[in-house]
Design a binder for this molecule. Sequence first.
Ligand code: 4AZ
Length: 256
Amino acid sequence: MFRLIVALSVLSLAWGLEDRIVDGKTVSIVNFPYQVSIQKYNSHYCGGSILKDDLILTAAHCLRDVLNRNEVDILTIRAGSSDWDKGGVVKNVEWVSIHPNYQPQPMTYDVGLVKTIGRFVFSNVIKPIALPKVLPPLYAPLVVTGWGQLSETNGSLPTTLQAAALEFLTPEKCRSPEYSYSSAIMTSMICADGPSRDACQGDSGGPLVLLGKNEQIGVVSWGVGCAQRGYPGIYCDLTDPEVVTYLKSKVPNLYN
Ligand code: 4AZ
């Protein structure tokens, strides 16, 4: 059995099946200039995206402990680099905020904001992402990016940014018997299917974007494992009315 697993692992590596984000590609920040790394004591732990030159969108679950312990001073944001551990520009954090209706169980309204001290200067590697007005149609092509684990079982993080192509699943589709989540998919949640590709631990807070468009529809939130059959990745829905209300309350002119 062990030899079979080794043989299959070697084969899948040779085929490039088991690679990155889970099963993504190494990419350049030039093509994903809205992506940032959120760090504690200079270690990457969550992704985020640039909404304004001093405002980062991420997941509430990335910020909850920091908020509860009043630890914004241990946070930094690195933008403008393909590598989470070097290059680009690093800023400290003024405040963090999470959606007032965020619930760790069942993970509803998993969205929050980070305000930096000082502003990022936009460039070819540092640019804001736009927010959506409506969700795309079923199976619309999407891309998720991050420095999260390359597989569910390997806890080490890649140094260079990874991207995976996914397809949009409406909440209705994601709740359907075709998948295994059923009623766990609640309001404020959307899904994106690989099927071999997925976000994983360390990608949380990062952007789910319409492929080829500068529009973010979701925030990496949770899932059962990573790239497991029947369990697509789950994202916070950025078109949810209560999400929109929260973002508008914190960010004047965001949707102009
Ligand atoms: C996590 O633990 C996590 N497969 C993020 C995304 C997914 C699973 C887990 C989606 O942060």
